[in-house]
Write a protein that binds this ligand. Sequence first.
Ligand code: SF4
Length: 61
Amino acid sequence: MKKPAIDYDLCTGCGTCVELCPEVFELADDKAQVKAADKCNTCDCQEAADTCPSEAITFEE
Ligand code: SF4
């Protein structure tokens, strides 16, 4: 299963990924954080990764 991960150096805290995948991402200290990586089976985290303006979301196997 692919798990989303966030590059904190790239993330600007725009919140787009939280809007797209609220079960997976949350904002904390002005950065997105992965709160439940295993929820990416039920929502399209790939869309969040593709939409992230900073390309800060990558996937770990
Ligand atoms: S969409 Fe990208 S830049 Fe925006 S909060 Fe999420 S990880 Fe950070």
